[in-house]
Design a protein around this ligand. Structure first.
Ligand code: THU
Length: 132
């Protein structure tokens, strides 16, 4: 996991603060913006189930609120030894700010598998698609 220790630590810390009383599935995400700064987020569920927010979405919101715009890499950690991949909606959200981003899927022990966002979301629709 060389070089990912800071992202893993930030994602785990956020995961421990997840609000997931309905799914009991706490998720943490941490991303490195192009500047090198790290932003993290956790899932935040709601009694009105569809209103829940994914950890990746929360991390992206933290990045945007801090004034940054580009995701270099993002790490996601779920509970236990299974590595979880971002849902389809979060892949699209990552693409908005990091079409060339690297996505790391971690288990809770720190074992990591790495993909490009393009692998996870091929032939994506993005900001460039809106240009004539
Ligand atoms: N979840 C995330 O936060 N990120 C993912 O990549 C997959 C799923 C959350 C949404 C919901 O709160 C819980 O995990 C179960 O789906």
């Amino acid at each position: 996991m060389s070089g990912l220790e800071d992202l893993f630590a930030a994602a785990r810390a956020a995961q421990q603060r997840a609000y997931a009383p309905y799914s009991h599935f706490p998720v943490g995400a941490a991303l490195r913006a192009d500047s090198g700064s790290v932003f993290s987020g956790c899932n935040v569920e709601n009694a009105a189930y569809p209103l829940g927010v994914c950890a990746e979405t929360a991390a992206i919101a933290a990045m945007i609120a801090a004034g940054e715009r580009r995701i270099a890499e993002i790490l996601v950690v779920g509970p236990g030894r299974k590595k979880i991949a971002p849902c389809g909606a979060c892949r699209q959200r990552i693409a908005e700010f990091g079409a060339g981003a690297i996505v790391h899927l971690a288990d809770d022990q720190g074992a990591v598998e790495t993909f490009s966002l393009a692998d996870l979301l091929p032939r994506a629709f993005g900001p460039e698609s809106l240009k004539a």
